[in-house]
Design a protein around this ligand. Sequence first.
Ligand code: MGD
Ligand code: MGD
Ligand code: SF4
Ligand code: MO
Length: 698
Amino acid sequence: MTDPSETTERRFESNPTVCPFCGVGCSVEYAGRGSATGVEGPVNERGEICPKGAAAFDVVDSDDRLTEPLVRHDGRFVTAPWEAALDRAVEGIGEVVDEHGPDAVQFFASSNCTNEENYVLQKLARVLGTNNVDNCARLCHASTVAAMSERLGAGAMTNTLDDLGEADCILVNGANPAEQHPVAFRSYILPAVRDGATLVHVDPRANDTTEAADVHLPLRPGTDIELLNAVAATLVEEGLVDEAFLDERTTGFDRLRERLVDVDVAANAEAAGVEPEAIREAARAYGEADRAAIVTGMGTSQHRCGTDNVHALLNLALLTGNVGRPGTGVNPLRGQNNVQGASDVGGLPSVLPGYEPVTDPDARERVAAEWGVEPPAEPGLTEVEATHRFGDDVRAAVVFGENPAVTEPNATAVASAFDDLDYCVVIDLFETRTAAHADVVLPGSAWAEKCGTVTNTDRRVLRMRPNADLPGNARRDFDILTALGRRLTDRPEAFDYDRPEAAFEELTRVAPIYEGMSYAGIGDGYQRWPFDADAGRGTEVLHAETFATGERTAPLAVVDPVPPADDLDPDELVLTTGRVLQHFNSGALSRRSDRLVAMRGEDALQVHPSDAAERGIEDGDRVTVSNERGTVEVAAEVTPAVREGVTFCTFHYPEPLANALTGDALDPEAKIPEFKHSAVAVEPAAEAGEGSGATGDD
Ligand SMILES: Nc1nc2c(c(=O)[nH]1)N[C@H]1C(S)=C(S)[C@@H](COP(=O)(O)OP(=O)(O)OC[C@H]3O[C@@H](n4cnc5c(=O)[nH]c(N)nc54)[C@H](O)[C@@H]3O)O[C@H]1N2
Ligand SMILES: Nc1nc2c(c(=O)[nH]1)N[C@H]1C(S)=C(S)[C@@H](COP(=O)(O)OP(=O)(O)OC[C@H]3O[C@@H](n4cnc5c(=O)[nH]c(N)nc54)[C@H](O)[C@@H]3O)O[C@H]1N2
Ligand code: SF4
Ligand SMILES: [Mo]
């Protein structure tokens, strides 16, 4: 590849910033010739990065970037000057507000964007008069956050990446960090394993993480509670619980023990489809370790019982006293580079910046003192609830850096629901499938074109710095959002920031967990929340003396199995979906990179050899995958890596679209979708299909 600075007008310069491609938060900068290089940073201390990080500039420099605002004219998009496009957006949204009230508008915040941008977006929603703002943490760790907040008082990683290195046992449940958080895996988890820590991997598929595991429990998707209850029962039965910790730091042990003595480990093992002895081995590894850490991901969280799955995991940590010390805890690895921050700064419908409930009058008053307007007291809609109500009581949407027409479940229905809206504004880098349903599309700024902060998976606020100027007439997201705030609300002065830093300073005044932080304080390093302004440092290990609830004790919970929403016919397979190393989420970014596409071009459906043989399917054959929600065609990858009865594909490609098949069921508490369990029929495709859309639209 030639240096883009030589072939285009755009200017690139090297400034340490944060990789956009996962929540680990590696430091990268422009290295010339269209490439990123790792630079020594707080997380990647030796400058190490993964293949996605190395390809991160391919997105910035893609020819597909939107460079002019688009407005719909006679059903088609035409380019428009900024003023005209902003006027149209404000008029369209304004009309819906006038006619139906502010709760008829849904705001999608962006886990791919900065704290400052998300802070302004949620402020815009709330100053307009609605708490209808959510980000794709809803699709991701909403259930983890719900369970952990309820039991421990905070939904984030209890511990740090650094102190994972001190664990003697690491239980990875429903996560594949070797591919999804590569630097966390290689630089933190793997060294602990090489140092003697036992790695237990609970995942229906064997993947790169499994390769390093001592124990692999290839459970049936959706049976985590059966499996984790059997682990808990073994801990109790074999005396591996921490009596002193149970006495001092927990409540409800007697009740849980009563239930666990009734758990038949062999029966639960059978329900989960694993060997009882493997469950006992995992329980012993975890229970006998001095310091045992849990790492959890989407395999745990993305179920209609996602919150209960996490409750079952939390029981293990509390039963064995593995909370509040280095090398222990429950550690959700977060998704995009700012999914933690988008939530921290209030991009959620039920909490204000810093997780203060919207229902708390004191919290609302504190915010009102800064904004001059009190935010509404009623929690707003979550994003999947909202799309289910498009055209009904939700009449307009502002979608900032999210692609729900590809990434929400039952996406075909979601895409057509967008057409039921009276008005839709999208702010993105590309003409995505979601943008295709918009009235106005505003061209925003990519990760390397912005200044601001992001908060990584272990609660570290890091600075982003521009490495490139903007393509064409694209604008900085921060400027787009503040312009919308000034025009849409009756408090234009509340959106008059001269720079992102001013929004960050305001954030530190309204979000208690960020109080005392500053750009200068972060510098080339980081500041971690909860931040102690007097001591000038953050808390590394949460819940040491008291839990973040303020209590000395946390409750144990009785958790009963919940069947998945889709019933399974005997001739059907369970489809579970997820990710691969070379691609990212909806693919809008990763498919812009020739080098990532060259590493892995098309999607494939993993099918177990015996399921394939039964259906007359051979490796590489085109197959159809169908259920009542849709039918997709894809190539089969016949492999024993998936367990019998289970099939797996990614959601990185618009065709075939995993989310054509996933269902509408939501966790009742966290409202997270059931991405990890759908019943599907798989059969050979009638005739050779067209190639998949690996380079098609988004
Ligand atoms: N390369 C790459 N990295 C990424 C991303 C990406 O798209 N590509 N996306 C980022 C984002 S937004 C996120 S949220 C994280 C997600 O990171 P992960 O949580 O690692 O993501 P997934 O691959 O969705 O799911 C993890 C594992 O859950 C397993 N699983 C499926 N069903 C079940 C089940 O019922 N029980 C259990 N125990 N396991 C199950 C899957 O086989 C899969 O290996 O990754 C981030 N990093
Ligand atoms: N079947 C299935 N579906 C899933 C999942 C699964 O495991 N299985 N996982 C779910 C999870 S965990 C997540 S997080 C979601 C992800 O869902 P999304 O957030 O919808 O997916 P992304 O591909 O990250 O899309 C982000 C959009 O933001 C745009 N964008 C990126 N950076 C910027 C920026 O700086 N500025 C602006 N303005 N736009 C930007 C991109 O072009 C893209 O269109 O998918 C969910 N969907
Ligand atoms: S591990 Fe994550 S943050 Fe680090 S380089 Fe890879 S994708 Fe980027
Ligand atoms: Mo995510």
